[in-house]
Design a protein around this ligand. Sequence first.
Ligand code: ADP
Length: 314
Amino acid sequence: MPDYTERMVKIAVLGSFNLDLVMRAERRPAPGETLPGEFAMFLGGKGFNQAIAARRLGAEVAVAGRVGADEFGRQFLEALDREGIARDAVSVDAAQGTGVASIVIEPDGENAILQAPRANRGVTAASIGRETRLFDGASVAMLQLETSMEGALEFARQARVRGARTLLNPAPATVVPEEMLRLSDVLVPNALEARALTGMAGDGIEAAIAMAEGLRGRGPAAVVVTLGGLGAVAVADGVRCHVPAFKVRVTDTVGAGDAFCAALAVGLAEGAEMEAAVRFGCAAGALAATRAGAEPSMPRRAEADALAAREVPA
Ligand code: ADP
């Protein structure tokens, strides 16, 4: 996707930080069952992943969040520094440890996740309210729901006041206050989250478009529903489109949604049309699915541009 701007765009990210403890197994264990697995550990958390991806895709990124005063927290802060992400708004919690996620991945790449938010819960409305510089010069503010809801609401309010377009990835699936939807300019659920938010049933492209239209009526100017191997659909003013997924060799889909959201945010911040930005998102999501883990699988600009430039996703 061509860069539509001459200067680097800035994206503010509300970041959740979770250390991902990953087990690869033949299948998820049944209740009471013990199965052998292969273990790996990755820096993750939807907010952290999205911040890393937005940076690698070419944006200036400032992140807000909270880690524990432990070895995991130090690893996150070092990673942010290594990537060149501004972390003035990331605080350290002396009492709560860094967030942890326990992930089981099956051979087809499907994943199931348990999560302990810990320090992420300490991102409050008051802590966000203090971080006014976070939004300076930001054209898009991206958030998810792994930190506290009051912190997320305040992040979106501040972003709006400061002129940034808000992009909400309402994940994990949870009860979302209507105010949160009204504060979202672009809403990006996956299929599961779209079903949870709408109470609608159904799989596939047409069902997702119907859900997106329903959600649009509740506030967001644009709704993009990601559909894994089916790509994504988008509904906005004058836009109603489906972008198929790019065919890739899947290793694990951990982080695919995060890469998608970051690429969509970068595309929109650079002034791309919605369909082009969704296509860029699909390219980034597909690349993330080809590699293990979250942070290591976040794609870089050149490879996302190259994949997005393929004639027809096939
Ligand atoms: P989440 O990880 O939040 O559940 P999805 O699974 O919908 O999100 O993935 C986000 C995006 O990543 C999809 O819209 C798609 O473009 C891309 N993607 C995900 N899985 C695959 C896959 N198996 N093959 C190609 N692209 C994929």
